[in-house]
Design a protein around this ligand. Structure first.
Ligand code: IPM
Ligand code: MG
Length: 347
């Protein structure tokens, strides 16, 4: 059980360090942690956001614990060298096609949402976002038109097998929850979405126990703030999933608590907090490490089948929250290390 630990930029190293402390405290037999450089930090050291040595560590591991990447001071670089390419490259190179982003309101924390507490309190949903295709990985470029105007372009496409495998992931996730799956697309405008919808309907024949509905992405964005409690599992493409998952996390209100998994076929996965590198508070010991700690729990569960250990971590985080240990993101004043200590004490 080899875990690659890629801390990355901004608050990444601080929050990852606390998750590593939690993993080590569990004293799991055969667990090995190996560090690697990613993002802006890797660019500064090795001239590339995803150096070959890092990719090698990833390939020789069974799971990745990921912090965050992003560094505004490197945004002038050509796209292939920007920090974000580390996570995009890992997703593509390792076939991490299924991104699970749960958004659940923790009991007692309903007030953190910008939605009314009685609305926010009902949020318990899972976004299953396709992560290897769509406009993210299509051909792209800038060109000059005949009349001299510059034009930027990005190709959006989905092949049916790409839709099929994420649809299966969505239906399986729904089977493990309340058996309701909502597929989000823009089939009223986009051919890519029409094929998406057709294929999802085909796949649904294999899951007669799951109730499938379809929603256009604009309506989904609206329903997410109107009545988020009506959603259970949402399956959607890469771009729509990127947007809706940020929206869902803000509906919950505590982005510092939300973990995510990016899974390949089989048990390999990359686990990371939903939040970014937060450069404004980086290096100050202020970041809430709970989302990364909860990502480590997801890692133990999905990649290693260590359900009891995962549940232990989740219970410790919930207990710390219940005892009022809150980071700045939750309106509290506990620092990174203090929160790590609090979780460790409750393991
Ligand atoms: C995310 C992030 C990434 C994405 C960025 C950092 C490339 O926003 O994981 O949601 O757009 O997928
Ligand atoms: Mg995003």
């Amino acid at each position: 059980m080899r875990i690659a630990v890629f801390a990355g930029d901004g608050i990444g190293p601080e929050v990852t360090a606390e998750a590593v402390r939690v993993l080590e405290a569990l004293q799991i037999d055969g667990l090995e942690l190996v560090e690697g450089d990613v993002g802006g930090a890797a660019y500064r050291k090795h001239g590339h956001p995803l150096p070959a040595a890092t990719l090698e560590i990833a390939r020789s591991s069974d799971a990745i614990l990921f912090g965050a990447v992003g560094d505004f001071s490197l945004d002038h670089l050509e796209r292939a060298l920007r920090p974000e390419q580390a996570v995009l490259g890992l997703r593509k190179e390792l076939g991490l096609f299924a991104n699970l982003r749960p958004a659940t309101v923790f009991k007692g924390l309903e007030d953190l949402s910008t939605l009314r507490p009685e609305v926010a309190g009902k949020i318990d949903l899972l976004i299953v976002r396709e992560l290897n295709g769509d406009v993210y990985f299509g051909e792209k470029g800038t060109r000059t038109l005949e009349d001299g105007r510059r034009q930027g372009w990005d190709m959006m496409s989905y092949a049916e097998d790409e839709v099929r495998r994420i649809a299966h992931a969505g239906f399986k996730a729904a089977q493990g929850r309340s058996k309701k799956l909502c597929s989000v697309d823009k089939a009223n405008v986009l051919e890519t979405s029409q094929l998406w919808r057709d294929v999802v309907i085909e796949v649904s024949a294999e899951y007669p126990d799951v109730e499938l509905t379809h929603m256009y992405v604009d309506n989904a964005a609206m329903q997410l703030v109107k009545n988020p409690g009506a959603f259970d599992v949402i399956v959607t493409g890469n771009l729509f999933g990127d947007i809706l998952s940020d929206q869902a996390s803000m509906c919950v209100g505590s982005i510092g608590l939300l973990a995510s998994a990016s899974l390949a076929e089989g048990s390999f996965g990359l686990y990371e907090p939903i939040h970014g590198s937060a450069p404004d508070i980086a290096g100050k010991g202020l970041a809430n490490p709970m989302a990364t700690i909860l990502s480590a729990a997801m890692l133990l569960r999905h990649s290693f089948g260590l359900e009891a250990e995962a549940a232990r971590i989740e219970a410790a985080v919930a207990a710390a929250l219940a005892d009022g240990i809150k980071g700045g993101d939750l309106g509290g004043s506990a620092g990174t290390k203090e929160i790590g200590d609090a979780v460790l004490a409750r393991l």
